[in-house]
Design a protein around this ligand. Structure first.
Ligand code: ASP
Length: 422
């Protein structure tokens, strides 16, 4: 068993989790047994992954930036990273809009089904709308203001402040570059060793990954709502999944064009992170493994991966933006609204920004979807229509989010001459 490749072990864990849950729900008390005795292990697994997210970002980013030894290199890499991230996000939204306008999944939802769903999911929808309202009340420059923490310990105390920790780490790294090398050496050595320790911890956590995903998927199946609702939303889900698959095709193409690496090299190298993204629905929780895969399997040097990936996990969410575009137009269609070209262009802009603003945690994309809906004048109550299938689609879009970050890491690695020869 121990010789088997990690992605196979994770896959076996996932499939056995699903089968186990299907068997358990046949019994009366089965779902409760799963949620009392299996689910906690899944939660522990996610917690331990999140536990090392902040120390990982601090250590690897400080090491990465200070290894650059040169501020101009840093700004070059930063510019390229952000530029490519924005381009891939706009491509993703455009793919989403094209598919949803072509297939028109919302047109088939009858008024009756619509009313029923709005009624069923009213409470859940209201809570998402409230969360979005809190975010929306902020001024236009709030996001920029939020980037700079006033206290690093406060910032590091919540995984939701990832961007603030990134800001501090880059700032600290710049300080390290600017002081004489000899003076910087002890601090740099400390962070280098700290980084090594964290990487070892990731190795240890990965030993538990197959069991962790078993528990996560078993709990998910045992607690999911009835199949009927899923069926009503089949066309919508189909559009999202096709869009996400196309987006993976776009990454494969970009990786091939820029780095000449084959699709199988890229996909098999990143597959453990993809499977984990699918099981956890969180790019932030997957980050440690994404970094390991990108460095060890795809050959991107740490200097680049430690910069590109933490930033990507927080701001580059192509899967999320694609889903937001499809969901917004689907809801408009279901309410019989016709969106003109200007409204659709508006969706490209807001979905791009909303995906940047989405946190890298389960369900975050749906909260930010409210803002896209508001902007386009689509009824918020429409969220209820897509609630039933949001979790499985969240799992799929998170896979695309981490695949996108990894593809961009390879491309930036190539552009910066930091991609190992295969
Ligand atoms: N779960 C997604 C992620 O962590 C965000 C979202 O679309 O909800 O990447």
């Amino acid at each position: 068993m121990s010789k088997m490749k990690l992605h196979w072990r994770i896959l076996i864990g996932m499939v056995s989790g699903v089968l186990f849950a299907i068997a358990m729900i046949q019994f009366d008390g089965g779902p409760k047994v799963v949620s009392d005795w299996i689910k906690p292990f899944g939660n522990i697994f996610i917690n331990v992954l999140k536990l090392i997210a902040v120390p990982l970002i601090l250590a690897s980013l400080i090491k990465g930036v200070s290894d650059l030894k040169d501020i101009s290199k840093l700004s070059k890499m930063g510019g390229r990273t952000i530029g490519i991230y924005i381009v891939t996000t706009v491509i993703a939204v455009s793919i989403g809009l094209t598919i949803v306008n072509f297939v028109k999944p919302g047109a088939s939802i009858s008024q009756e089904t619509r009313n029923e769903m709005v009624e069923n999911y009213k409470a859940d929808t209201d809570s998402k709308i409230q969360q979005a309202k809190r975010q929306k009340e902020d001024g236009p420059l709030q996001a920029l203001e939020d980037l700079v923490p006033s206290n690093i310990f406060n910032a590091a105390s919540s995984n939701g402040n990832m961007l603030q920790v990134i800001f501090f780490a880059i700032f600290f790294g710049i300080g390290l570059i600017l002081i004489p090398e000899k003076t910087a050496a002890p601090v740099k050595n400390f962070f280098d060793s700290f980084n090594e320790v964290i990487l070892k911890l990731i190795d240890l956590i990965m030993l538990a990954a197959p069991y962790g995903v078993f528990a996560l998927l078993a709990a998910l199946i045992a607690e999911s709502p009835s199949l009927d609702l899923f069926k009503a939303l089949a066309w919508y889900s189909f559009c999202v999944v096709i869009g996400l698959l196309l987006m993976i095709g776009v990454y494969i193409l970009f990786v091939w064009i820029f780095t000449k690496r084959s699709p199988s090299f890229f996909i098999s190298g990143i597959s453990p992170a993809q499977l984990l993204a699918f099981s956890t629905s969180s790019s932030a929780a997957t980050l440690p493994v994404t970094m390991e895969c990108v460095e060890d399997n795809l050959g991107v040097e740490e200097e680049v991966s430690s910069f590109v990936l933490p930033i990507g996990a927080t701001i580059n969410m192509d899967g999320t933006s694609l889903y937001q575009a499809i969901a917004a137009v689907f809801i408009a269609q279901a309410f019989g609204m016709n969106l003109d070209l200007a409204a659709q262009l508006g969706i490209i802009a807001t979905a791009t920004l909303a995906s940047i603003g989405s946190a890298a945690v389960p369900g975050a994309g749906m909260v930010m979807l409210v803002i896209v809906l508001n902007q386009a004048g689509i009824p918020e109550a429409g969220l209820a229509l897509i609630f039933a299938v949001d979790r499985p689609l969240d799992m799929c879009r998170t896979v695309v989010n981490v695949t996108g970050d990894s593809a961009v890491a390879m491309i930036v690695g190539k552009l910066m001459n930091k991609l190992k020869k295969s």
